[in-house]
Design a protein around this ligand. Structure first.
Ligand SMILES: [Fe+2]
Length: 423
């Protein structure tokens, strides 16, 4: 992926290359805030004419989406977007509606995409910018109270959300780790943007889960296999539609993301994940520089997000890009979860399927060879996948073979029977 990225970008001007690099470097520094008029905030024309001069009062935040930290009983990340550069973005939060904390500063991650990379969904854009800059804002909030409903608003200099009706959202932190109260969560992959995606999102809202797992191929801003910038079709602005579409749900229910092949956006380094890193704040506890590979726990359930692109022969642009690091980390993390007497269940989720009957995307041999033996060894209860656009559940599997037949609504004992895989 890295070579493809360099080759592709080098087809365009070196000046463009350096400009993109400068922006990425500036905004990924922790806590950096881009000010209007600064070099990094003005990479060229944006969707809004003279966007760096737009007053803060005219820039309404949109696309709020929240995620749990590794300890969801006290950690939540609030993320959102603004249409152009803003000053001093913030979150205000409290346990009583309208009674908010002082502003908690947010980090700005500006993501610039050249129009020459794009295959616009709409033929006639509002103007003809040479580049698009999307401004993603993120605030990690820690030391919250367990099992507590919090209310929050987001704003920036010139935009006071407390004076605007309908801007408040709420979420609930997890009960303290180790509890065994009943809860439900939802999961799907391959959502995209459109009326079916809206309907699916609405179903999630109706079920009111404690959290939702979104297992890759999120927006389909990238059409094609992923990882091939010279031939994939891409429109970065579809991500705006994705976040707006899901905001009624994602503003209040944490969505935990895993990466799919459509997240391999080869225009952004490193490994095509620069865009993902600008847009999302997931728990960041695998290793320095890992992307959307993480572990966390909800009550007595240990959860692990894996990057299936690392073991994917089907779309091999990032095959073995972690050089075995993810596999080692998975082994260590599963061992730690199984050694923890307060964790009863282990759920692993990722995009590509370890087992599947589909003939198109199908199953990943890499997952069967590298991951399944670890799932067996540490008695993983459940593996959740996307990629194949179907619903499918296996009987419990161990050592590559189904152990016993489990009918619909039947029960299984993962210790004796093996791991259940659901697409
Ligand atoms: Fe996929």
């Amino acid at each position: 992926m890295a070579e493809k990225h360099d080759k592709f970008v080098n087809q365009y001007s070196r000046r463009t290359l350096f400009r993109v690099g400068a922006v990425s470097g500036a905004v990924l520094a922790a806590g950096s805030v881009l000010l209007p008029g600064s070099a990094a905030a003005s990479p060229g024309p944006t969707v809004l004419l003279n966007a760096d001069k737009v007053a803060g009062s005219a820039l309404r935040p949109f696309g709020r989406h929240i995620a749990f930290g590794a300890d969801p009983s006290q950690q939540v990340a609030v993320s959102w977007q603004v249409p152009a550069a803003v000053t001093a973005p913030f979150v205000r939060i409290g346990t009583v509606p309208g009674d908010f904390s002082p502003p908690i500063p947010a980090e700005v991650r500006a993501l610039t995409s050249q129009m020459s990379w794009q295959h616009p969904v709409e033929e006639v854009p509002p103007n003809s910018p040479k580049s698009i800059t999307q401004y993603y804002l993120h605030a990690r909030i820690d030391r919250l109270l367990p099992n507590t409903t919090y209310y929050y608003v987001v704003g920036h200099e010139g935009y006071d959300p407390a004076t605007r009706l309908g801007e408040m959202a709420s979420f609930r932190t997890a009960p303290a780790p180790g509890g065994d109260g009943t809860f439900s969560f939802t999961a799907f992959g391959d959502q995209g943007v459109g009326y079916n995606a809206v309907a699916t999102s609405s179903l999630i809202a109706g079920l009111d889960p404690a959290f939702h797992l979104a297992m890759g191929d999120l927006s389909y801003a990238l059409e094609g296999e992923g990882g091939h910038p010279e031939e994939d079709k891409y429109d970065a602005r579809l991500w705006d539609s994705f976040f707006v579409q899901n905001e009624p749900v994602t503003a209040g229910i944490p969505w935990m993301m895993a990466l799919g092949n459509h997240e391999m956006e080869g225009w952004y380094s490193a490994d095509g994940y620069g865009g993902v890193r600008a847009r999302f704040t997931m728990p960041d506890n695998a290793w320095d520089g890992s992307t959307c590979i993480y572990s966390w726990r909800y009550q007595n359930v240990g959860l692990i997000s894996l990057d299936g692109n690392d073991v994917c022969y089907n779309s091999p642009s990032n095959l073995d890009y972690t050089k075995g690091r993810q596999l080692k980390w998975l082994g260590r993390t599963l061992a730690a979860f199984r050694a923890d007497p307060t964790i009863d269940f282990i759920v692993v989720y990722c995009h590509q399927c370890t087992y599947s009957t589909c003939h198109s995307n199908g199953a990943e041999l890499g997952a069967q060879k590298d991951w399944a033996p670890l799932f067996d060894k540490y008695q993983v209860d459940l593996v959740l996948n996307g990629h194949n656009h179907i619903y499918e559940r296996t009987d419990p599997i161990r050592a590559g073979k189904a152990v016993k037949k489990v009918p619909s609504r039947g029960t299984t004992d993962p210790v004796k029977d093996g791991t259940t895989y659901i697409t």
